[in-house]
Design a protein around this ligand. Structure first.
Ligand SMILES: Cc1cc2nc3c(=O)[nH]c(=O)nc-3n(C[C@H](O)[C@H](O)[C@H](O)COP(=O)(O)OP(=O)(O)OC[C@H]3O[C@@H](n4cnc5c(N)ncnc54)[C@H](O)[C@@H]3O)c2cc1C
Length: 337
């Protein structure tokens, strides 16, 4: 699928979302790519219910509430989201356009790229099994997009956090679920743990104590999973293995885009937050400059200045006139107020 827009934003965290608003005020349309299947970056993935106390004029706002507010603010500018896919490759085209390709093969062409990638892509932590990639997206899954795939099947879920427990409880009504964890204590929310323990008591799910050590395929694409508990190795057969060991963050493909880096972050100037490659910008936690603070409000400021420079790339013949949202009739029209 191919798309054309003014600006591609990589990362739909709070800073990427606010960038949609600032770019929108300048008539610039955005497409956003995020490898998570939801919007909000760290705020919605890591601390949706925790209050933040240092967002100007919001004395107390949770990660999820902030995300919802930013979405509402961006709405008049109709951002297009490409979720669940990683920004993988960029190529410079004639006429100073960039072509971005995602892990799903989506292609987006734009004059500017804004990297608002936080600490990098959230990617699943995988069990350290040598041949696990061979089974990925066939009979090993690290996330669930469509649970109907697992109906009436034997499922082995591994892990002790929220995802592992929530999916154990959820899938128990449609599949034969076994949960495996290395100990009897769980990191998941207490309500999810109680629910799982009740299901186990009622024999609606099985629980195994242990850690996965091997995976092999037997007849009929059934997996044989080896697991270890106190030095005893046993095996269990399953149709699907779902290891839910949480997420980690890594810079990923962006590291190969020939941008100047400072350790794992992208070096930018502090006037327009442009990288070492003209028309590619980096804002929010992903960037580096002397004095940088990894705070949401710093990212908002960076997004505002970045947008001014994007305007000059997208409309080289036009002058950008500074206006207040309070008094500009033109901005009111754009905002629908
Ligand atoms: C527990 C906790 C508490 C915090 N409390 C506060 C606080 O009180 N106040 C405060 O100001 N800050 C706080 N922070 C920090 C704040 O969350 C970050 O500063 C903020 O999320 C940065 O926003 P961002 O948009 O730059 O990046 P992120 O929120 O990290 O979003 C980046 C997004 O980019 C995506 N991405 C990365 N690479 C790619 C790629 N190649 N392709 C596609 N998508 C990609 C990621 O999946 C992610 O969704 C806290 C952080 C944590 C973990």
């Amino acid at each position: 699928m191919r798309h054309n827009t003014d600006v591609i934003i990589i990362g739909a965290g709070p800073v990427g979302l606010f960038a949609v608003f600032e770019l929108g005020l300048l008539n610039l349309q955005c497409h956003l790519v995020d490898n998570l299947d939801k919007i909000g970056g760290q705020c919605s993935e890591l601390y949706p219910d925790k209050p933040i106390y240092d967002i100007p004029s919001r004395p107390k706002v949770t990660g999820q509430e902030l995300t919802e507010g930013l979405m509402q603010q961006a709405k008049p500018f109709n951002p297009i989201f490409h979720l669940g896919q990683q920004a993988e490759k960029i190529e410079k085209k004639n006429g100073n356009f960039w072509d971005l390709t995602t892990s799903h093969g989506t292609k987006i062409t734009a004059k500017c790229i804004v990297i608002a990638a936080g600490a990098g892509s959230f990617v699943p932590r995988k069990p350290p099994i040598e041949n696990i990639d061979k089974f990925e997206n066939k009979n090993v899954f690290f996330s669930i997009k469509d649970k109907s795939k697992f109906k009436d099947k034997k499922i082995l879920i591994a892990g002790g956090g929220d995802s592992a427990l929530d999916w154990t409880n959820e899938l128990s009504s449609i599949a034969k679920v076994t949960l495996m964890h290395r100990r009897k204590e769980f990191r998941a929310a207490p309500e999810s743990v109680s629910k799982m323990q009740k299901l186990e008591k009622e024999k609606k799910i099985n629980f195994l104590l242990g850690q996965i050590v091997s995976i092999s395929e037997t007849i009929g694409e059934v997996l044989e999973v080896g697991y270890k508990n106190e030095n005893i190795v046993s095996t269990v057969k399953t149709d699907f293995l779902l290891p839910f060991y949480g997420l980690k963050m890594e810079l990923g493909p962006i590291a190969n885009w020939s941008l100047n880096l400072n350790e794992n972050r992208i070096s930018v100037d502090t006037e327009k937050f442009e990288t070492s490659v003209p028309s590619i910008f980096a804002i929010g936690d992903i960037n580096y400059y002397p004095g940088k603070l990894k705070l949401i409000l710093s990212g908002f400021h960076e997004a505002t200045l970045m947008a001014q420079k994007c305007f000059s790339y997208c409309y080289p013949d036009k002058k950008n006139i500074f206006r207040y949202t309070t008094t500009s009739k033109d901005l009111h029209k754009k905002l629908g107020v």
